[in-house]
Design a protein around this ligand. Structure first.
Ligand code: CU
Length: 367
């Protein structure tokens, strides 16, 4: 905010100032001027994108070098390793390793991240309500770290200094029962907290409802429970809204969903219009008070924190989240014509700096 005031241009001053500092993100006009010989297909894609926003990054991020692909992250549920205890209780085991890793967040723009299991966001942990969760955390990073789960647990499992904070080379086992069901998150809680979160130590933590615990809404619960036929008809996606302060001035220069700026604008998310969409949306953006999600051409029902089986907001097209807030969106394109439908933060600055995505709604054909 201070820099924007100094620039004297309000929002647009901030955008222009940031763009000047970030050559990887340019306007469409600059994109055309700077792209040497795009293929016919690429030209079609660029034309399509220009008509749906006009600003994206130039070039491609090397997903293989990064070791993670934002498109794979959308649907990569980590259900851990299941063990049955002697008492019959199901325990889900995870191993999560913190490590320093340079990642490419926009084409040619590298960020010295701290990661869980080598990726940002970390693995999407998905368990069932009431299960015991046991997470072996190993800190292979250069600084002390922890995992603080948003959920119900004992103080000694809180993942804060003095309760599960791990020095470099150390390890700790977090253990708790998975409550409440919902769309949650986990993140490092070592101080300075804003730096440890912003560097990339966060991930989605989904607790599916156990239908047996919700007889009054068992159908809805089964629809949320991974692996059931009722759940199988849904297209489920996880989107972690994040951002990066690339010059460490405590303002973000790059915004994204699942880390790579404009990843889903350049390669839209394919949606089968015959199947409803459930979106697990989490905001971990540091340095900005809020982030938001706006869907074009459609409306959704929203479940704040995902902790209810009936919507907390119905028929909305925009939702705002502070850092750490999250929720579940449900929507359908069943009655829409196929086409490219946009979603993005409704802070225009975030859009231009990376947080704009596209849904490629198709007539019953999954790519
Ligand atoms: Cu940390």
């Amino acid at each position: 905010m201070i820099r924007r005031l100094l620039l004297g241009g309000g929002l647009w001053g901030g955008v222009l100032g940031t763009l000047a500092a970030l050559p990887a993100i340019r306007s469409t006009h600059a994109q055309h001027a700077s792209t040497a010989h795009p293929s016919a297909g690429a030209q079609d894609k660029m034309a399509a994108h220009a008509s749906h926003g006009g600003m994206t990054t130039v070039g491609e991020v090397d997903d293989a070098r990064n070791g993670f692909d934002p498109h794979a992250i959308l649907t990569a549920w980590d259900t851990g390793t299941v063990h049955q205890e002697a008492d019959g209780r199901t325990v889900r085991h995870y191993t999560i390793v913190a490590e320093d890793r340079e990642i490419e967040i926009a084409p040619g723009l590298f960020f010295p991240a701290w990661t869980y299991n080598g990726r940002v966001p970390g693995p999407t942990i998905r368990v069932i309500e009431g299960e015991r969760v046991r997470v072996l955390f190993k800190n292979h990073g250069s600084h002390p770290h922890s995992i603080h789960f948003h959920g119900i647990h004992a103080a000694r499992m809180d993942g804060v200094p003095g309760a599960g904070e791990v020095p470099p080379g150390g390890e700790f086992v977090y253990e708790f029962d998975a409550f409440p069901f919902g769309c949650h998150l986990y993140h490092c809680h070592t101080v300075p907290l804003k730096r440890h979160i912003h560097k990339g130590l966060y991930g989605a933590f989904i607790i599916d409802p156990d239908p047996a615990r919700h007889p009054e809404a068992a159908d809805a619960a089964r629809g949320r429970l991974l692996g059931t036929p009722e759940n199988g008809r849904w297209q489920e996606l996880v989107m972690v809204m994040n951002a990066f302060d690339t010059n460490f001035d405590e303002e973000n220069e790059v915004y994204a969903v699942n880390t790579v700026a404009h990843a889903y604008a350049k390669r839209p998310i394919v949606i089968d219009k015959t199947r409803p969409v459930r979106l697990y949306l989490i905001n971990v953006t540091e340095f900005d008070p809020i982030n938001s999600f706006h869907l074009h051409g459609n409306f959704f029902d929203y479940y704040d924190h995902g902790t209810t089986l009936t919507p907390t907001s119905r028929t909305v097209d925009t939702v705002m989240q502070c850092q750490g807030q999250r929720g579940i969106l449900e929507f359908s394109f069943e009655r829409h014509e196929p086409g490219i439908y946009m979603c993005h933060a409704h802070q225009s600055e975030f859009v231009e700096l990376g947080w704009m995505s596209l849904f490629d709604v198709r007539a019953g054909a999954m790519a």
